[in-house]
Design a protein around this ligand. Structure first.
Ligand code: ATP
Length: 234
């Protein structure tokens, strides 16, 4: 569903992403780990067409992002570290507005059902977004993604700033989306949650994918040890 083929991005002399080859299948959660500046956000930004590759391709559902950005975008949803929604509108109004921007007019019952799916109760969905916690704002963004029937979800540092309970709720939601067939690519520093929710984990360093692991084969301690080993390699 998500495919990077020799994907490369330079900023002047700096190679921010170096010939990345990566596939995330439908029904899979792939977590990208790596130190600050390793190239995780650059990877997401290339899939989102926020930036252009210097070489290689990013593909979404077989569509080359740089060549057909509008079509690629239809299949994608994005959850940035800080969800950008309208603070003066309610969660429900935000959902309605963003779905309409995507050309979707769903009956109220279906919009309510989207909030049920992400675990935001109806009373809360009628409150202004400025009163929401980070976890609640994420739920609105996920309801929008579900409403759009996005096939793939890109996430940047989604669990930073979430308390342990909200983080666990978030993790359960992600595995639920995965089980519905969505492909999820997540940049994170949260080894514990990455280990808990993902199917595969990639470790990036200096723009390169230096390790790729099946999560089921690893304990959190083993993952941490592997991660530190990669970070200490010159
Ligand atoms: N617009 C830009 N101009 C110049 N350099 C950039 C730009 N955006 C990113 N970089 C550089 O590209 C490299 C990769 O950055 P990127 O944001 O992808 O890292 P990251 O792995 O997401 O880090 P973090 O964990 O801090 O979010 C870094 O060295 C960064 O300074």
């Amino acid at each position: 569903m998500l495919q990077a083929i020799g994907l490369t991005k330079d900023y002047g002399d700096l190679r921010a992403l170096d010939t990345l080859d990566l596939t995330v299948e439908a029904g899979e959660i792939f977590c990208l780990l790596g130190a600050n500046g390793a190239g995780k956000t650059t990877t997401l930004n290339l899939f989102l067409n926020f930036i252009q590759p210097c070489a290689g391709e990013a593909r979404v559902d077989g569509i080359e992002v740089a060549k057909q950005p509008t079509d690629a975008k239809k299949a994608l949803a994005y959850l940035p570290e800080q969800v950008m929604l309208y603070p003066k509108l309610t969660g429900f109004e935000n959902l309605t507005y963003f779905l309409e921007l995507s050309g979707l007019r769903l009956p109220e019952s279906e919009r309510n059902a989207l909030f049920d799916q992400v675990g935001l109760d109806q009373a809360a969905s009628r409150r202004r977004l400025e009163t929401y916690s980070k976890g609640m704002r994420q739920k609105v963004a996920l309801a929008i993604a579900l409403g759009k029937k996005a096939k793939a979800l890109l996430l940047d540092e989604p669990t930073s700033g979430l308390d342990p309970r909200a983080s666990k709720t978030f993790s359960d939601l992600m595995t639920n989306l995965r089980d519905q067939g969505m492909a999820l690519l997540m940049a994170t520093h949260d080894l514990f949650r990455a280990r808990e929710m993902s199917d595969r984990i990639g470790v990036m360093r200096s723009g390169k994918l230096v390790g790729c692991y099946q999560t089921a084969d690893l304990t959190t301690a083993e993952l941490e040890s592997l991660y530190l080993q990669h970070m200490s390699e010159a």
